[in-house]
Design a binder for this molecule. Structure first.
Ligand SMILES: Nc1nc2c(c(=O)[nH]1)N[C@H]1C(S)=C(S)[C@@H](COP(=O)(O)O)O[C@H]1N2
Ligand SMILES: [Mo]
Length: 427
């Protein structure tokens, strides 16, 4: 009946003995050794002497005040104002893989709009038999799916092209979130409008636009539209937050965040791409030879150590150290992550918290013993297509220095012997 694995108890005791010993060692070095026994252990504390809050106190919970620094942050100099702007997920302070909506990065081209479910309409028009308009209530009547996917802005890590720039993983890699979406496959709605999904769809595209002033119009090839794209209305179990597209957004798994149109209001079936602003002058990569790639949709495999990192220094001195981070691939599932402590000279396979999932974040850990010496920490992701995350110089060979988007290079943190970490580049 017991779910305990044999040997579990003894290894746990061994670990705790280790922890006590390490604690005693640290105390011996300081002045605290002669202190009286810990009152947190020996005294009845105020919180045990009265009542806590009643269940009517917090109808919808927010993080406790002691976690008030775990918030989205923006970089002031990056954009002219905060309306057409971006903020960043505090990935240095999160664990696991699911991003709470309340701290998941936001990117708006004309601000987050206020749109009630009652006022929501989705039109499907163009080359379909029966152009249709769906209300929110209509969408809820189609069979729906639940899927976890990451959404990464193509500009994530974009400020790092020319050299190490922003001193925190929140800012270098925080244009990403990972949520469980509930929604209707776009395929189902296109079929409802009479698109013959078994017919000849060569050169067929959809053009998708949002209800906000920017509209953020994007063309998506039909093959993708019929594959895994979702018209989603819930994230992590609850309604989408306003800033993530309430009441309905498009989820385009593995592809650049810009295509995940929020407040999606119209989907037109066309016989070619529109070549809108968002897919020509923006979100396009210029190569070393000056020629620009026409489309870059899938986000290539990438990873980063989230702790230790500049915003999450080591504060406990030498001994047991948990190195952790995130890995993801827009082309499939993460199969392996390696960690280097010497700037890429030698690598060790990290432990994946769970087997990698398709187009979703994977958490990795390297449970190690730190001898207190300086580290050049890196991580390197591999996905099930066989792709290996490139170094910065490998990327620059192809892309040059005059680039912004789609930077999936290996990141380096210099961790000093005092535990502080800094964003650096190794060549
Ligand atoms: N309608 C609309 N959809 C949009 C945008 C926008 O400004 N308007 N921004 C896009 C960009 S560039 C990104 S990276 C993602 C960000 O989604 P999020 O704000 O939920 O993080 O939404 C995309 N969808
Ligand atoms: Mo974006």
């Amino acid at each position: 009946m017991s779910g305990k694995k044999p040997g579990n108890g003894s290894s746990r005791r061994a670990f705790l003995r280790g922890a006590t010993a390490a604690g005693a060692g640290a105390l011996a070095a300081g002045t605290a050794r002669a202190q009286a026994p810990d009152p947190l252990i020996t005294k009845v504390q105020p919180w045990a002497q009265g009542f806590g809050d009643g269940v009517d106190e917090t109808p919808y919970g927010l993080p406790i005040e002691y976690e008030s620094d775990v918030v989205r942050r923006n970089v002031e100099w990056l954009t002219a104002d905060t309306i057409s702007s971006i903020n960043f997920t505090p990935i240095h302070a999160l664990d696991g893989t699911i991003t709470p909506q309340g701290c998941a990065f936001e990117r708006h081209h004309s601000g987050a709009i206020d749109l009630r479910k009652e006022d929501y309409r989705l039109m499907i028009n163009g080359m379909v038999d029966t152009p249709l308009v769906f209300s929110y209530a209509d969408l809820e009547r189609f069979p729906r799916e639940n899927q976890v996917y990451f959404c990464e802005c193509a500009a994530n890590t974009g400020m790092e092209w020319a050299g190490a720039q922003l001193n925190g993983v929140q800012f270098t890699h925080g244009m990403i979130h990972n949520m469980e979406y509930s929604g209707v496959p776009l395929r189902t709605l296109l079929q409802e409008a009479g698109l013959d999904t078994a017919g000849d769809l060569t050169n067929k595209w959809v053009f998708v636009e949002g209800a906000d002033a920017s509209s953020n119009g994007r063309s998506i090839p039909m093959e993708k539209a019929l594959d895994d794209v979702l018209v989603a209305f819930k994230a992590n179990g609850e309604a989408l937050r306003k800033e993530h597209g309430y009441p309905v957004r498009l989820v385009v798994p593995g592809w650049e965040g810009n295509m995940w149109v929020k407040w999606v209001r119209r989907i037109e079936v066309m016989d070619g791409p529109v070549e809108s602003r968002e897919e020509t002058s923006k979100y396009t990569d210029t190569l070393e030879n000056g020629i620009s790639r026409k489309w870059t949709w899938a986000m290539d495999a990438k990873s980063v150590v989230t702790s230790p990192s500049p915003q999450a220094p080591i504060t406990h001195g030498k001994g047991p150290l948990v190195i952790t981070g995130l890995a993801w691939s827009g082309r499939g599932a993460i199969t392996r992550v390696d960690v280097s402590r010497d700037g890429g000279m030698s690598w060790q396979a990290a432990r994946l918290a769970k087997p990698g999932e398709q187009k979703a974040l994977t958490r990795f850990y390297l449970d190690t013993d730190w001898d207190g010496s300086e580290m050049l920490l890196q991580s390197r992701a591999m996905d099930d297509t066989g792709y290996v995350q490139p170094t910065k110089s490998q990327l620059r060979e192809v892309r040059g220095l005059n680039s912004i988007y789609h930077n999936n290079c290996i990141q380096t943190w210099l961790v000093r012997s005092d535990g502080e970490a800094e964003n650096v580049e190794v060549s």
